[in-house]
Design a protein around this ligand. Structure first.
Ligand code: KIV
Ligand code: NA
Length: 263
């Protein structure tokens, strides 16, 4: 039996942090599961790290299905969350349901969709029909052309209020988990305290219920300027296994992210 959302909620109740990494293939999936990572996210960041694209916008539903299958085959314990790619859920709740079913059939136990209150109806539609949802707010890469770049979100009083309200609406709509990307640590703390569902942060400080990083980033493989919130766990490790174990341990111990990784 795989880790359930109930098991994740137990972790939160017992003040234990949730460790999440992105994963796209069977070999890494087995390694990550054996290293004690709680949740694997088949992220549409595969557009960047596997396909070499500048954005996630061109990732297809078939891409996500293929990589979900790969990750599912390599594991039997972790919870698998798969991103619904751009264009596969925004048209209507019906469109989202139809495509989410294909992702669950490929082996995911939950799907992630980007967006705030605008996604409330869709989340309600899916969760009432048996599809667990991970919501995603803050920097939402599928809206990159609207946001105007990979920059901190919720850093004004007004935008912070909107994010807090969005988070509450998404929980009320039935979301099981909330990912928060690139927002001030104080705001992420406030949102986490205002919700009963687990929050997973990336560039959102230390007070979230758990943390996620892109696998290639935390292994120091990604080229270019390293974002502030990324830590290269290979720097002090002799193997990939050790790097991943150290990540899980540091998340569990509340050591990662440190002050130097937050905004
Ligand atoms: O696609 C992805 O990797 C993600 C995480 C960074 C949250 O959505
Ligand atoms: Na994503």
């Amino acid at each position: 039996m795989r880790t359930s959302i109930t098991a994740l909620q137990k972790l939160v109740e017992n003040n234990q942090k949730i460790s999440v990494l992105t994963c796209y293939d069977a070999t890494f999936a087995t390694l990550l599961e054996n290293a004690g990572i709680d949740v694997l996210l088949v992220g549409d960041s595969l557009g960047n790290v596997l396909q070499g694209e500048k954005t996630t916008l061109s990732v297809t539903l078939d891409n996500m299905i293929y990589h979900t299958r790969c990750v599912a085959r390599g594991t039997d314990k972790v919870l698998i969350i798969t991103d619904m790619p751009f264009g596969s859920y925004q048209i209507s709740p019906e469109q989202a349901f139809e495509n989410a079913c294909k992702i669950l059939a490929a082996g995911a136990q939950m799907v992630k969709i980007e967006g705030g209150h605008i996604m409330a109806d869709t989340i309600q539609f899916l969760t009432r029909r048996g599809i667990p949802i991970c919501a995603h707010i803050g920097l939402t890469p599928q809206s990159i052309h609207q946001l105007g770049g990979y920059k901190l979100q919720g850093n004004s009083e007004k935008s912070a209020k909107i994010l807090l309200d969005d988070a509450k609406i998404l929980e009320r709509s039935g979301a099981s988990i909330l990912v928060m990307e690139l927002i001030p640590a104080t705001l992420a703390k406030k949102i986490t305290q205002s919700l009963s569902i687990p929050t997973i942060g990336i560039g959102a400080g230390n007070s979230c219920s758990g943390q996620v990083l892109v696998l290639h980033d935390m292994l120091g493989l990604s080229q270019g300027k390293k974002p502030r919130f990324v830590k290269n766990f290979m720097a002090d490790a002799q193997s990939i296994q050790e790097a991943v174990t150290n990540y899980a341990d540091e998340v569990k111990a509340g050591l990662f992210p440190g002050n130097e990784h937050e905004f």
